[in-house]
Design a protein. Structure first.
Length: 159
């Protein structure tokens, strides 16, 4: 079997998947979510948010993304790059290679990360729905402009 002359460019499909899911969502997705939350906080100034759903969402999304990349995307990318360098592009992209037991197992290893990631997105969506319905706000708290601290509203019992 002949080695490919230009093997680094031959593994583009798996490399693109790896880069898009790890870097693009990891950076720009989280940046977009943060910007959205920043803008939403300006719609109702002074209302304090419940932090717990956002913390759960943040950590679930990030842990899920790391598991997705480490358990599945990166190993598939490395194995396909190795196959492309050793046997050629035709083999690395063939169903003979992609349907092997080890490649199928690596693809299935993505499920734990996807599940945790999806849980974080559901919690985030639930929080956003709560901004509309009111269940994501702290009932007896207020945030002064330019401050991060929640203070008791006038007339409330306090905590």
């Amino acid at each position: 079997m002949k080695a490919s002359a230009n093997w680094p460019g031959d593994v583009i499909p798996q490399t693109i998947s790896f880069v898009i899911e790890s870097c693009v969502f990891g950076v720009y997705g989280m940046l977009g979510m943060g910007l959205m939350l920043f803008c939403l906080s300006a719609l109702r100034p002074g209302r304090a948010w419940k932090d717990k759903p956002l913390a759960i969402s943040f950590w679930s999304i990030n842990i899920g993304l790391v598991l997705m990349v480490v358990l599945s995307l990166l190993p598939v990318c490395i194995v396909q790059a190795w196959a492309s360098a050793k046997y050629g592009t035709w083999y690395a992209r063939s169903s003979e290679f992609l349907q092997t037991g080890s490649m199928n197992a690596l693809r299935w290893m993505r499920i734990p990360g996807d599940t945790i990631f999806a849980f974080g997105m559901i919690v985030f969506a639930w929080f956003l729905l709560g901004l509309i319905t009111g269940h994501s706000f702290v009932d007896e708290g207020r945030v002064e402009e330019g401050s991060w601290e929640v203070t008791a509203q006038a007339g409330s019992r306090g905590n």
